[in-house]
Design a protein around this ligand. Sequence first.
Ligand code: F3S
Ligand code: FES
Length: 248
Amino acid sequence: MGYDATFRVWRGDASGGDLQTFTVEVNEGEVVLDIVHRLQATQAGDLAVRWNCKAGKCGSCSAEVNGRPRLMCLTRMSTFAEDEPVTLTPLRTFPVIRDLVTDVSYNYEKAAQIPALVPRPREADGSHRMQQVDVERSQEFRKCIECWLCQDTCHVIRDHEENKRSFAGPGFLIRLAELDMHPLDVADRRDAAQEEFGLGLCNITKCCSEVCPEGIHLTDNGIIPLKERVADRRYDPLTWLGSKIGRR
Ligand code: F3S
Ligand code: FES
C-alpha cells in the first residue's frame, strides 16, 4: 500500500542553502533514491543528485539520510516509520556543489598520492607465485566501490578541515594496508603510512566500518593490522638498534 511521506531535502550551493519540505508518494518496495527521482519528476525538476547504477555498486548516490551516511539506492523506505520525516543532506565532509551533490576530489587527490605496488622480480620460469591464503587476505579491500561514506563519517576530517592535508582517510588507509599485505609487494610503506597519510590520527572509533555498504571491516582487518606493523617496527629493539647502527 502506498502512502505520503514527508521529505526534507537540502537545496542550495556553495554559498548556502536550506531544507525544503515536500510531501511525496511512496510505494511498497521503494528505496530513498526512488523518492528522489519522483521529486525530480513531479515537484523539483532541478534537484541535483548523483547516481548511476541503482544497485549499490557504482558508489555515486551517497548522501546523509536522517544524518547517517548511506547509499540512497540501498536505503529502503521501510527502514522508516510512515509518519517519520526523512531528511536528506549532502555529505558533510566535502564541499557542496549543488543540492545533494558534493565535490569529492579530495579522495582522488589522496588516491593519486598512494605509492603504487612494487612487485618482486619474477621467478626463474617467469611466473609470479603467490599462496592462495596471502591473496585472500587483502581481497576484502578490493570490494570498495568508492562511495566515500567511510571518508565522510570519519571524525578526523568530518569536523576538521585542517586535518585533510595530513590524513588520507580510512578509505586509503585500507589501500595502504592492502598493498602492505600484498604477497608480491616489496615496498615498505610503514613510515609513509604514519607520517604522510596520518595513520596515527585514527583512534579506532570504527565508524568507517559501520557505514561501509560492502561490509568491509576497515578497522579490524586493515587499519589495526597496519598500526601493529608500524608499532612493531618502531618499538622492536633490534630494528631500532639496526637503524641507529645503519645511520653511522
Ligand atoms: Fe576514522 Fe575509521 Fe579511524 S572512522 S578514526 S579511520 S577507525
Ligand atoms: Fe550506484 Fe547507488 S546509484 S551505488
